[in-house]
Design a binder for this molecule. Structure first.
Ligand code: FE2
Ligand code: FE2
Length: 280
């Protein structure tokens, strides 16, 4: 199974050469699914949503999309009013509350989660939040998974900070959510927001839940060129490749390989390999 993970395209401030080259590369990869993990637009404007929808329409289907903090109206009095009364109307009119309808492959159960907020009781509304109810809903959605299916959660903000990352997400409820998803046996939590790709395990439960961040396809680079992720899954491993834009095309920037939880379990049952407890 092959997944493509893009995020932070920020139409209105997109990297024009990179988004064009990304279409070409993603078409060539023939993925089973394209996932867009939020910040599709720069300021949540109608024209920016039109542009991202047109771009996604050029990519192989199915698609699964979740919003980011930039995908609600932002600049100007009329925009602020729209943000007040219907912050997600523009997003949902195009992508629905959850664009999960296109994905029904039993090999992976994928649940989306909106970690962005139109308003918060703190100065920086761009940071994330996950409520207990959202965590319960995600865990309930994951219960539908077949025994050896991959379990994936998609949201915009990294639930736990990437150490040394170019910015923070400071997600209210993020640690509790990461802990709950680890205990629920989630394999991958796919996010965007910090504009840099990363992979690291959550330090909870069996230590096999991997946080996977994708970079940006915008000009808002933070020390890393425009990039997106390829995620290839077989019976044994999950391989994540960050592809970075270089002059005219995407090239391999970094690759991570992590064992699948079900393969570790099978090895344990055969007595061949012990899963080392994670040091927290
Ligand atoms: Fe972003
Ligand atoms: Fe963001």
């Amino acid at each position: 199974m092959k997944l493509v993970q893009v995020s932070d395209i920020h139409f209105g401030g997109e990297h024009k050469l990179a988004v064009e080259a990304a279409v070409e590369r993603i078409q060539a990869e023939r993925p089973d699914l394209v996932i867009a993990a939020g910040d599709l637009t720069k300021d949540g404007k109608v024209g920016e949503f039109d542009a991202v929808q047109a771009w996604l329409d050029r990519l192989p289907r199915p698609h699964l999309v979740t919003p980011g903090n930039h995908d609600t109206p932002f600049a100007g009095p009329r925009e602020v009013l729209t943000r007040l009364v219907a912050p997600w109307r523009r997003y949902e009119s195009r992508f629905g509350e959850r664009m999960n309808g296109e994905w029904g492959d039993p090999r992976a159960t994928i649940v989306t989660l909106n970690s962005a907020r139109a308003f918060q009781l703190r100065a920086n509304w761009s940071k994330g939040a996950v409520s207990r109810r959202q965590v319960r809903d995600v865990c309930a959605g994951l219960e539908q998974a077949a025994p050896d299916a991959l379990k994936i959660v998609v949201c915009h903000h990294p639930l736990i900070e990437m150490i040394g990352g170019p910015m923070t997400a400071k997600v209210h409820g993020g640690t509790a959510a990461a802990q709950a998803f680890s205990q629920a046996g989630v394999d991958l939590v796919l996010t965007g927001h910090i504009h840099a790709p990363f992979v690291h395990p959550y330090p909870f439960a069996d230590g096999c839940t991997q946080a996977v961040g994708s970079g940006t396809l915008s000009v808002r680079e933070r020390g890393v060129p425009p990039s997106f992720n390829l995620i290839e899954v077989d019976d044994v491993d999950i391989r994540i490749t960050a592809l970075a834009f270089e002059r005219t095309r995407f090239v391999t920037w970094r690759t991570w390989s992590v064992p699948r939880r079900c393969s570790l379990r099978a090895k344990n049952e055969n007595g061949a390999t012990e899963v080392a407890p994670l040091q927290v």
